[in-house]
Write a protein that binds this ligand. Structure first.
Ligand code: 5GP
Length: 118
């Protein structure tokens, strides 16, 4: 699937649409989900044109891949979730119901979460 540079997260990355930012570094931008499904629901997106996890792990450099996962761990720690626990999730492709075609990792926490899949 080709990258659609008009997707909503591309526009957020370019600053064309605002977001409630929680973290940014050279590799990622992280912000609160507009429709939170848990008391803490953060989206972490790589800086770059990656549709999915397959696209990212095929095309991104090792530092970019490490940077994304380091940022996820750092953000969860910054949010105070290490003790209580949290879940990360990345929908990828149609069976997963991925809505926005720019790779994003969800971080859910702040309450005891429900079963993993419904
Ligand atoms: P997906 O189903 O693709 O894994 O998740 C997409 C997520 O992006 C959803 O949880 C949805 O609420 C969130 N989202 C969609 N549009 C926006 C937006 O404009 N701003 C923010 N902050 N989140 C969005």
């Amino acid at each position: 699937m080709a990258y659609d540079s008009e997707n909503i997260f591309a526009k957020i990355l370019r600053g064309e649409i605002p977001c409630n930012k929680v973290y940014e570094d050279e590799f990622v931008l992280a912000f609160h989900d507009i429709n939170p499904l848990a008391p803490i629901h953060i989206l972490v997106i790589p800086k770059g044109e990656y549709v999915s996890m397959a696209d990212f792990t095929t095309k991104a450099s090792a530092p970019q891949i490490a940077g994304l996962f380091r940022a996820v761990g750092q953000i969860a720690q910054d949010q105070g979730l290490d003790q209580s626990g949290y879940r990360i999730l990345a929908n990828s492709g149609s069976d997963s119901r991925q809505e926005v075609p720019h790779l994003h990792i969800h971080i859910f926490g702040g309450k005891r979460l429900g079963p993993m899949l419904t």
